[in-house]
Design a protein around this ligand. Sequence first.
Ligand code: PEP
Ligand code: MG
Length: 578
Amino acid sequence: MSTRIVIAGLAAARGMALGRARLEQPSQPVIDRRPLAEGEVEGEAIRLTIALATARDELRQLRTKLHGALAREVGEFIDAHSLILEDPELTSGLYDLVRKGRYRASAALQMQRDRLAAAFDALDDPYLRSRREDIDHVIGRVQAVLMRDTTPAERQIASRVGEILVSDTIAPAELAHLTEHGVLGVITTGGSALSHSAILARSMRLPMVVGAHDALKRLGDDDLVLVDGSHGEVIVHPTAQDLARYRQFQRDQTRSTEALLRLKHARTLTTDGSEIQLYANAEMSADIVQARAFGALGVGLYRTEFLFLQRRELPDEEEQFNAYREVVLGMGGLPVTIRTLDLGADKIDSTGVAMSREPNPALGVRGIRLSMANPAMFETQLRAILRAASFGRVRILVPMVTTCEEVVAARRLIDDCARRLRSSGHEITDHFEFGAMIEVPAAAIALPSMIRHLDFVAIGTNDLTQYTLAVDRGNDALSTLYDPLHPAVLKLLAQTIATVQRSKKTVTLCGEMAGEPRYTALLLALGLTSFSMHPSSLLEVRQAIARCDRAALRRQGAGLLRAQTRVGIERIVKRMNK
Ligand code: PEP
Ligand code: MG
């Protein structure tokens, strides 16, 4: 019987998942540095051979599970890793270390890793240099095989359920493919609940715990593990009571889903009859299907950066046009807000366009700044969006705006692109709306002078909170400081909503707050009437709105803005949520 272990982390994506642990890149493999006795050498060489063969075999199996576009994208990585494992330079070096140097397999692997990493670090080509990570993944995989130490009985139960990925960190692009790999939950030792990966996990309904610092040390491959993404807890070797709690969670889940599904085609009304607009945030085609199914009034935020991730070349105009047109057609005439590229900060691509080596990427060449610095790339995207706009109602949204000049320049570029497209024979509508994300405090403060250049505004509270409070949204050490209920954030929100509404334009909030039912009443109190969220939150927010009296909440808005402390604000929000 294995002993139950509880590892505390931060709740990043709600829900529970039971599965067997799959360790990615064990950050600290147990390295046995005692030299081998002469009689142990051949046995250790055999252990190494078995570990290498197992790792190769696992990659092969993983490859066969992939289908369609996944097989192409993820398959490339797997092939690259398999090639590294076959590389005689790596393997013969390992056997030399074991046979001649009397190193144990784990120590030999570590030495080879360090040697190869140093060779990669010396390369000039940044892409090749970044491939050093592949070496780490491959060596980590073999180390994990060597370290595997679970009872056969447990392995038998575990083989019946899917996998829980355990890793140091996880990039949004990697996460996007996980569920199709049979991954049921994710645990990371670092990261924050506000990272793009966590946002994506929530949108995929993939339970996730981040900042579980000890997870890689205390978990082994194939350990049976229960991820509690609602409480930020990881339970290794769960007991019968834990499993009963998990089954209860599954039953509750089914029941609340049934209740929510009854709201699918309902209007979004407060108790006093105000109609509230609910839009969907989208990244992939599944989001569009869900947005339609749950009655979204359109797409309030289509993040285009996911087209640019995990690839070496930029997507060309045709590829982008096809992707955007698919979304526009998928929404069947409802408005689609396409945000231009927001690469940079934690959304780093491998095409080399975003400056991943900036000293301070969150304050660096990100969003509209990056697009303006790469006019050819920006124009390609704008042309693709404008062409897609002929197939439905498109609104163009630019991210990370700081100045009026950026807004004016972006608008001019769009008009130029439209003119050039028209003169080359394309039917381009002149009925597209142009908007800016308000997510930099300077833009929120300067909005009264910027608004005349805009048709609509989208508030990005994820970044607005990060930049107002000077708290990195991806840093788990600061997770308690990252607080969208900070009085300064609430003031900027109220001010932005009021400025846009005064000018009779539309304002939608599309940060994570919009999809959190516990913030619904608060946002209505601040005057918000248009929300955009991952489609999986639409029904819950509609249900929360149906419990709110908008007029009564509006009367409490001023008190909310007068509150000086977090405790004071929380007290008011609690009252509103009763
Ligand atoms: C935001 O910042 O709130 C937002 C919606 O954009 P992203 O999370 O993509 O930065
Ligand atoms: Mg943002």
